[in-house]
Design a protein around this ligand. Structure first.
Ligand code: G3H
Ligand code: 13P
Ligand code: ZN
Length: 323
């Protein structure tokens, strides 16, 4: 058993209390490799932003769970050596069983998500409660989910989204004891969140549902998944350099600014990072066909990702300088 406090990590409790009180959201960035980790950590150190480093089941399979954990521990040491004094949580994204959540708690994660959203309400309550009972012993935070986001959630794929029913949230939170709740208000995972005619804006998020949820569980931290904006600049760059991402569309940054001021305390961003990295790598390989040193295309991709993260923290989520 490795406890997260021995690794210099924080759980999400205090982070969310401060975010709720001060009207901003803590960013949760996914990572799978060294360059993403460097960009996230250094971007959050430079913008002095608390942050959540998240690891999906797919990331654990891709990079190896032990390596990822030591990389995260290295990131915590980097923060300690810097002047930033920002809290960092290590979080399991979309855990789909009690066993994977337990394995993460035991190996030093400070927060886990148990995603029972594809189960019946009763089964979701049961598995979430079991995870909370275990995690509580070690002061590890637990995020649950109610409602289904369209798109791919690791190995769980849903064609359509089911908005969260505000009538369920109070009962779910009370019965399970979760520390935060992911809800479905119109976002989805990936780079194709909305289908609209060319030139038209995507539909607004269902802030009416969010407001209803806030009424039922006032002051309770809400999590927004699928919150990438699918920045046009990078989609265009990918298409310009041989990629094909027709009709990609994300959540507008204005909608995210509004969400960050509400009870939404955690905003999940993965696809935006993937797009930046892919765009820059495509451009570098095109511009410098003679290069075969991966550092010469991964390095610029990493640096651009860091800048994107600094901008998100500063201009969208409002988390910069909140340490
Ligand atoms: O919600 C899903 C995250 O973007 C993680 O994606 O399962 O492909 O690692 P992944
Ligand atoms: P995006 O695909 O919009 O980045 O969402 C990421 C996410 O919700 C990770 O859990
Ligand atoms: Zn998600």
């Amino acid at each position: 058993m490795t406890h997260y406090k021995d690794l210099g990590l924080s759980n999400t409790k205090e982070m969310f209390e401060r975010a709720m009180k001060n009207g901003y959201a803590v960013p949760a960035y996914n990572f799978n490799n060294l360059e993403q980790l460097q960009a996230i950590v250094n971007g959050c150190i430079e913008s002095k932003s608390p942050f959540i480093l998240q690891v999906s089941k797919g990331a654990r399979n891709y990079a190896n769970e032990t390596l990822l954990r030591y990389m995260a521990q290295g990131a915590a040491e980097l923060i300690n050596k810097s002047e930033a004094e920002i809290p960092m949580a290590l979080h399991l994204d979309h855990g789909d069983s009690f066993e994977i959540c337990k394995s993460c708690v035991d190996s030093g994660f400070s927060s886990v998500m148990i995603d029972g959203s594809s189960l019946s309400y009763e089964d979701n309550v049961d598995v979430t409660k079991r995870v909370v009972e275990y995690a509580k012993k070690y002061d590890v935070s637990v995020e649950g989910e109610l409602g289904v986001l369209a798109g791919i959630e690791d190995e769980v794929t849903s064609e359509v989204s089911h908005y969260t029913d505000p009538d369920d949230v109070e009962d779910f939170v009370k019965k399970t004891g979760v520390d935060s709740l992911a809800i479905s208000i119109g976002t989805s995972h990936g780079a194709y969140k909305f289908k609209v005619e060319p030139g038209q804006d995507p539909p607004p998020l269902r802030f009416d549902i969010l407001e209803e949820v806030e009424k039922r569980i006032t002051g309770f931290p809400i999590v927004l998944h699928g919150a990438s904006s699918v920045l046009k600049e990078y989609v265009d760059m990918i298409n310009q350099y041989g990629g094909s991402l027709e009709g990609a569309m994300g959540v507008s940054e204005d909608q995210l600014r509004k969400a960050a001021k509400s009870a939404v305390c955690k905003v999940n961003i993965d696809s935006d990072g993937r797009l930046v990295v892919t765009a820059v790598i495509r451009k570098m390989l095109h511009d410098k066909p003679e290069n075969f040193d991966p550092r010469k295309y991964l390095g610029p991709a990493r640096d651009e990702l860091k800048e994107m993260i600094i901008r998100k923290n500063n201009e969208v989520l409002g988390s910069a300088g909140r340490y």
